[in-house]
Design a binder for this molecule. Structure first.
Ligand SMILES: Cc1cc2nc3c(=O)[nH]c(=O)nc-3n(C[C@H](O)[C@H](O)[C@H](O)COP(=O)(O)OP(=O)(O)OC[C@H]3O[C@@H](n4cnc5c(N)ncnc54)[C@H](O)[C@@H]3O)c2cc1C
Length: 168
């Protein structure tokens, strides 16, 4: 996490990278009781929650951990398993289930939606590449490839694995 240390409560947080870590962090932050907390999630891929691991469309590419161990929430370990059951994507008799990674990507993508944070303006999703982060008067400034920039109190780098240039 990067940002200028000051006495301001960090109400605005930018997360650079909308893979699994970025999406799960956003979901956790938005569960905060602080009604003023705002999160901006920046992802250069077309879809949030995929990253390298969960962008595969092949159903044979399954998670290496059973669904019971893949919840996004440590305080709700059955969250992903219930999500599968509710959608008819698994039955209780099938446990343990090693779900396709593409299905897990759907689960991750839906996490912010479930919090209704987009509608209330607490979550902003930006599909763009982040080029740089620099200190600003209020904290940090993130420059985007489209020539615009965003300021916030704090920024989190969740850019994950190195990728080949040009890979989407
Ligand atoms: C093939 C494979 C299979 C895996 N299978 C499993 C599994 O079954 N179970 C498990 O628990 N873990 C698995 N993992 C580990 C998995 O990678 C991590 O659990 C998790 O996906 C890492 O998430 P991340 O958000 O840290 O990184 P990533 O998923 O790499 O996400 C980083 C995101 O940041 C974005 N980004 C990077 N730079 C910028 C920028 N400058 N501007 C905007 N966006 C940017 C990228 O586009 C990407 O979407 C697997 C990993 C791989 C490679």
């Amino acid at each position: 996490m990067t940002g200028r240390a000051n006495s301001i409560i960090p109400n605005s947080i930018i997360i650079v990278g909308g893979g699994a870590s970025g999406v799960v962090l956003a979901a956790h932050l938005l569960k905060s009781p602080n009604p003023d907390l705002r999160v901006t999630l920046i992802e250069r891929r077309p879809h949030f929650g995929q990253g390298i691991a969960y962008s595969t469309l092949l159903s044979a590419h399954v998670l290496n951990v059973s669904a019971a161990g893949m919840s996004a929430y440590a305080d709700d370990p059955g969250n992903f398993w219930r999500w599968l059951l509710e959608r008819g994507l698994a039955t209780p008799e099938q446990a343990p289930v090693y779900a396709p990674r593409s299905v897990y990507a759907r689960y991750l993508k839906e996490l912010p939606d479930e919090l209704e944070a987009c509608e209330t303006g607490r979550l902003r999703l930006i599909r763009e590449e982040s080029l740089s982060i620099s200190p600003s008067a209020s904290g940090v400034e993130v420059a985007l490839a489209n020539g615009t920039s965003i300021v916030a109190h704090l920024a989190v780098l969740a850019t994950g694995h190195d990728e080949e240039p040009g890979r989407t």
